[in-house]
Design a protein around this ligand. Structure first.
Ligand SMILES: Cc1ncc(COP(=O)(O)O)c(/C=C/C(=O)C(=O)O)c1O
Length: 356
């Protein structure tokens, strides 16, 4: 059968199919980041680089299952509210299944690369005046009509695909001490935790990681409440962060994420937009990894957790970088570099030599 991708784990997936809608999603790089290790102060730090998926984010893992089911459901169209990556992934996989895609997007709040993908794959795009949470409510109501198949992460099949990240990490390095995940609608951290629990329940492993969920300061309904010692999130009407992928005020999967953190004796942490931008630059200029801002939030979170003494120094930490830097080209405005204008070959040569 398949030698790479999530369908290698077909026995662990809840749907039986001989021809899934797939583009080889999964089997993403687990990259050791030794310079960041020194900064975070633990024995090993790895980045699970989900930007290497077919549409550039972890969403592809779950979309492969969900679209395979959508095709069998007899629906004519799929519908998804999104901050961008679910949209891009839905449009790509649905086109492969010859299904129409309706996207509900918060107008003006979706990063350029994700809009480009949604357009390229021919989705029907509805830009809503409002935020992601309004878009999600629209999608939920549309999904009550037979002709629309719902793709948002209240759809459990998406999370069943996303749990495969845990299987891949286990295959390569066993069970890490910590897994750090950026949290928006809170599906992914829950899915990864589920994957590790299954491995233990099925007797493949005998330990579990501690999960750390990272949210952006202006959009941290779960993390802020957790840090205040509350037992439920503080939903916010106006989430704000430049990490637009995780700009979500009413996370639909908050309860699953809360359980993942409490069951694993993990934590939630809040990082500022400047922490995120700093992490994006460190990843790109020290480790060669291009992360979109929300993807860099896991590294920003690990740095902050280290500063708060959360780690004991000899652990292995996996940071999930959830989306590729190409998704949000506008974010390069935060990362100036030298750009020289050369009027001729000689001029270019002279300027380059002067810049050495
Ligand atoms: C790069 C990136 N990093 C982290 C998250 C948060 O994952 P969840 O906590 O499972 O929501 C998202 C989520 C994106 C959407 O929710 C969407 O695309 O609509 C993301 O794109």
């Amino acid at each position: 059968s398949r030698i790479y991708g999530i369908w290698r784990f077909k026995e662990f997936l809840p749907i039986k199919t001989s021809n899934p809608i797939t583009m080889g999603e999964g089997s993403t790089p687990l990259v050791r980041v030794e310079k960041l290790e020194k900064l975070i102060g633990v024995r090993r730090v790895y980045v699970k680089f989900e930007g290497a998926n077919p549409t550039g984010s972890f969403k592809d893992r779950g979309m492969s299952l969900a679209i395979t089911l959508a095709r069998e459901s007899g629906s004519k169209a799929v519908v998804a509210a999104s901050t961008g990556n679910t949209a891009a992934s839905a449009a790509a996989y649905a086109s492969r299944a010859s299904l129409l895609t309706f996207l509900l997007l918060p107008r003006g709040k979706v990063a350029l690369g994700k809009m480009a993908q949604s357009i390229l794959h021919g989705a029907i795009i509805v830009e809503i005046e409002g935020n992601f949470d309004d878009a999600l409510e629209t999608a939920r109501r549309l999904a009550q009509r037979e002709e629309f198949y719902p793709l948002n992460s209240f759809n459990p099949w998406r999370l069943e695909g996303q749990k495969t990240l845990a299987y891949e990490v286990f295959e390569e390095i066993g069970v890490p001490d910590h897994v750090v995940v950026p949290v928006g609608n809170a599906g992914n951290i829950s899915a990864i935790w589920k994957g590790f629990k299954e491995l233990k329940n099925w007797g493949y492993s005998d330990t579990l990681p501690r999960m750390a969920g990272i949210q952006a300061e202006g959009s941290s309904p779960i993390a802020s409440a957790f840090k205040l010692g509350l037992d439920a999130p503080l939903f916010t009407e106006n989430p704000e962060t430049l990490a637009t992928a995780i700009r979500i005020g009413k996370p639909v999967n908050w309860f699953k994420a809360w359980k993942a953190v409490t069951e694993s004796s993990g934590t939630f942490e809040v990082v500022s937009d400047s922490d995120i931008i700093r992490a994006q630059r460190l990843l790109a200029r020290e480790e060669g990894i291009a992360a979109e801002p929300a993807g860099a939030a896991s590294i920003a979170g690990a740095i902050k957790l280290a500063q708060n003494g959360y780690f004991n120094g000899d652990e292995t930490v996996v940071c999930v970088v959830t989306g590729h830097g190409l998704k949000d080209p506008d974010s390069v405005k935060f990362h100036p570099t030298t750009r020289l204008r050369a009027m001729s070959v000689d001029d270019a040569i002279e300027k380059v030599i002067k810049s050495l």
